[in-house]
Design a binder for this molecule. Sequence first.
Ligand code: F6P
Length: 325
Amino acid sequence: MEDKYIGVLTSGGDASGMNAAIRAVTRSAICNGFKVKGIYRGYEGLINDEIREFTTQDVSNIIQRGGTILKTARSDEFMTKEGRKKAFEVMQKEKIWALVVIGGNGSLSGARIFAEEYNVPCVGLPGTIDNDLYGTDFTIGYDTALNTIVECVDKIRDTATSHDRIFFVEVMGRDAGFLAQNSAIASGAEAAIIPEDQTDVDQLETFISRGFRKTKNSSIVIVSESPKGGGAMHYADRVRREYPQYNVRVTVLGHLQRGGSPSAADRILASRLGEAAIQALIQGQRNIMVGVRNSEIVYVPFVEAIRKDKPLDRSLIKLLNELSI
Ligand code: F6P
């Protein structure tokens, strides 16, 4: 029988659980009679032929590791027609007939264009801490990042309380407030400033006017990093200017949110999605992202998954406001 390889790659920002997904894709593919090739450095490695065959042993002892053993990159070359042509030629040379792409919005957008241009079966797995892919309740890496943030905020709370300070804690999430909103709820923070609300209201004013310090001597405000809003530093500067009586500090959590051993939830999610990706290919599905909705596996067309507007549950904003009085 002619060799039929499935190629697997990770692309964009690394997320905890990507290794568990690589393991699941590899083992499930082999279990179902396929061969697997690992593609290094995302689309860059596809263009430059940084590829090697993966056996079940190659994915041993990785389920508990953060980052990605395949490494990752944000490829500018794959954004070009010439880059994608090179990638297709390498796929033919390597006898790879289908691709499993583990990554976020940009990575799945690339997969969509590539699949359409070259009629290559592409299946995506949502791998990003931002949780911003439409059509799936959770993305791989989100739960781990959320837990990391909560652990950090618990520590910051000690100082905030001891010194009677307002802390602005900046978290990742680019254009999506899932990490900020839910970490605020889980850590008992007083407010979250999220990109989804940036244009509607002055979120700082709302927080202050809701009665900061009516009953509390310290506060924690979680701020989504966002080019639109200016981040934690911007809000801290505003408070220093507009309310000089308050003692303000800033903590930017940065990339420590992305690393670390994946949570059990992320390992299970990645394992389920990896297996479902192979099932999708067996069924002849293509151009779809595998997701999970209400605990069920779902197949979401790429065009839907990469829509920018995954809605944040507005009741979470009300919940945080009510519980932070
Ligand atoms: O998309 C994942 C993410 O972690 C975002 O939350 C963040 O804005 C971005 O990646 C940071 O990217 P980089 O590691 O390339 O600076």
